[in-house]
Design a protein around this ligand. Structure first.
Ligand code: FES
Length: 178
């Protein structure tokens, strides 16, 4: 009789343990499922965020040409800029000073006019047809903006222009290194 009681107790204990184990296993499985779901959600979220972050670059690459057109800024009527004269303007933003020169031979040359040495404004020097920075006597080639003499080591950023219906427009800016 004692044996039977012990057996049934053992069985009871055994079945309690099994139940606890079963519940533990179910909980562990749920935890694993939750962790897996959380991981998948986090991964998907990160992918979407990365994708969104790269959209501007893709769009920029696709519509670069159109964007240049939107950067088109009117500078002056060509008739108001005689040969051998210059005019200042800002491009591509209001904080980027620039200089347009109508050369003696009739060409249009435009550059950002902040000296590449210490940012002083550069001027058109008509007699010698060069660009001059008076701060430390830096000279730049009028034809290509390359440094000629003095402290500047880098060329001036080139601004491309075009003339439509007698108006000179700035249409793009080019950095040329080397
Ligand atoms: S800032 Fe132009 S030469 Fe120094």
């Amino acid at each position: 009789m004692k044996d039977n009681n012990r057996k049934s107790k053992r069985n009871q204990t055994g079945s309690n343990d099994e139940l606890v184990n079963l519940v533990n296993n179910v909980n562990r499985k749920e935890d694993l499922d939750l962790n897996r779901r959380a991981f998948l959600k986090a991964t998907a979220g990160a992918s979407v965020a990365l994708g969104l972050a790269t959209i501007p670059f893709s769009v920029h690459a696709m519509i670069g040409d159109f964007e240049d057109k939107e950067n088109r800024v009117g500078i002056v009527k060509l008739s108001e800029l005689p040969k051998g004269s210059s005019i200042t303007f800002n491009y591509p933003t209001d904080h980027d000073p620039a200089l347009l020169v109508h050369t003696k031979s009739g060409e249009l040359k435009a550059y950002n006019s902040a000296c590449t040495h210490l940012m002083c404004p550069v001027f058109y020097e008509k007699e010698e047809e060069v660009l001059l920075c008076p701060c430390h006597k830096g000279y730049f080639e009028l034809n290509n903006g390359q440094p000629l003499a003095g402290p500047p080591q880098r060329e001036l950023p080139l601004i491309e222009t075009e003339v439509t219906n007698g108006i000179v427009y700035a249409v793009d800016r080019r950095y040329r290194h080397g």
